[in-house]
Structures are given as C-alpha cells and as structure tokens.
Ligand binder design. Structure first.
Ligand code: DC
Length: 222
C-alpha cells in the first residue's frame, strides 16, 4: 500500500518545514504544493499579467510546464525548465499565489499534477486542499494550525533572518489577509476536513509538532 500523508493549514503554520521533517523521518518525499501556485504567481508578475484577470491567468497556467525535482536540499520547483525555488518566497509572490489559486481551472490543473506526482511514490503533501480534494484517501490527514500571532511571530523571525524588511505588524496583516482570501474563495477554500486530525502547534516546539504528527501517522497506518 502506498503511503500518502496530507497536511493542510493556514499561512505560516509551519506546514512546509514540518512536512519536510516528517517526510525525512519516514524516508519519503515531500511535495510542497504551495510552491506550484507560487511559481504561477511569479511568472504572472514577471510577465506583467494582471493576477486579477482570471482568463489571462488560466491561459498562462495552461501554457506553462511546471515541474519539481528533488536534490540534496529537498524540492526544487521548475517553470518552463527554470529553477525558480529561490524566487518564490517574497511577500509579493505569496499574495499573487493566493490570488491565482482562486481560479477553478488553475486549481483543476494543479490538483491533477499533484495527484500524478503522489501516485508515483510515497509522499507527504502539504497545502490547503490536500485532505479535502487532492488526496481524499490519504493514509493520514492533518490540519496543522497555530494562533495568528504565533504564526506571524515565526514568519517574521524567518523573514528577518533572510534580511526581508517587513515589520511584525506588516507580517501579521499580510497573513490575515491571505488567510481570509484562502478561506473564502469560491473553489476549494481552506477548511479542516472532517476526517483530519487537528494539531495546534501554538504551545509546541518544532520537534514536538513533528513527533505528534508521526504518532498520528503511525496510528492511522496500522
Ligand atoms: O503554502 P503557501 O503559503 O506556499 O501557498 C501559497 C498560496 O497558494 C496560498 O496562499 C494558497 C495557495 N495554495 C492553494 O490554494 N492550495 C494549495 N494546495 C497550496 C497553496
């Protein structure tokens, strides 16, 4: 039986780094699905295409070749063969990714690509609609969250370490705006799947969160 683990949650819940650690402990790959929406958002910004224009963004999405590959530092995200991994973490790209992810045909294409990747090998997938749409039959489903203030504090620290100039207040405001957009979009909004186990990491360390998820996976995989 293949092992597919689904992790959803709001902005800055630590999904990506926690998923990386969970996948490493299980000796399987991790697919960061947000990176694919980010790659589309980045390409739109670079080409001067209005991210609010559903028709143009849908056409762009259909025309682009998305890919992922795995190296020593984990997932690399590719668009048209170009490795854009280092370019997709800015606040502008975050917001553009959230906006382009609202469109039904964009989601349809991304979901299909993600399902094809997950079918090839054992994987942890993280995103917003993994439990509900991408992997409805996942081995284990987790809804990873934390208070907005705690998520903003972690994100602010991470950005400050990378030399990005945003203030804590700005980070908190952006995070709430993006959550609001992701949770209220008409197609596949972020919500906790009924059969997902909620893990609130507000009072937990990174390692404690990883251990908690591994225990859930172990129980479900039995
Ligand atoms: O996880 P992230 O912050 O890198 O995701 C960027 C945006 O992409 C997020 O604001 C919403 C969208 N997204 C989505 O709609 N579905 C996913 N499975 C992953 C991300």
């Amino acid at each position: 039986m293949s092992l597919n683990i689904a992790i959803d949650g709001p902005v800055g819940a630590g999904k990506s780094s926690i998923s990386d650690a969970v996948a490493a402990r299980l000796g399987i790959l991790h697919l960061d699905t947000g990176a694919m929406y980010r790659a589309l958002g980045l390409t739109a910004l670079r080409r001067g295409i209005d991210v609010g224009d559903e028709k143009k963004i849908t056409e762009l999405c259909e025309a682009l070749q998305f890919g992922v590959k795995y190296g020593q530092n984990g997932q690399r995200t590719l668009v048209e063969g170009e490795d854009v991994t280092g370019l997709i973490r800015t606040p502008e790209v975050s917001m553009a990714a959230s906006t382009v992810s609202r469109y039904a045909d964009v989601r349809r294409r991304m979901v299909r690509l993600q399902q094809e990747l997950a079918a090839q090998t054992d994987m942890v997938l993280d995103g917003r609609d993994i439990c509900t749409t991408v992997l409805p039959n996942a081995t284990a489903k987790i809804y990873l969250t934390a208070s907005a203030e705690e998520r903003a504090r972690r994100r602010y620290k991470e950005m400050a370490e990378k030399g990005m100039p945003d203030t804590y207040e700005q980070v908190l405001e952006d995070l709430k705006k993006r959550d609001e957009q992701d949770m209220n979009r008409p197609v596949e909004p972020l919500r906790k799947a009924e059969d997902a186990v909620e893990v609130d990491s507000t009072g937990l360390s990174f390692d404690e969160t990883v251990e908690t998820i591994l225990r859930i996976v172990e129980a479900k995989a039995k």
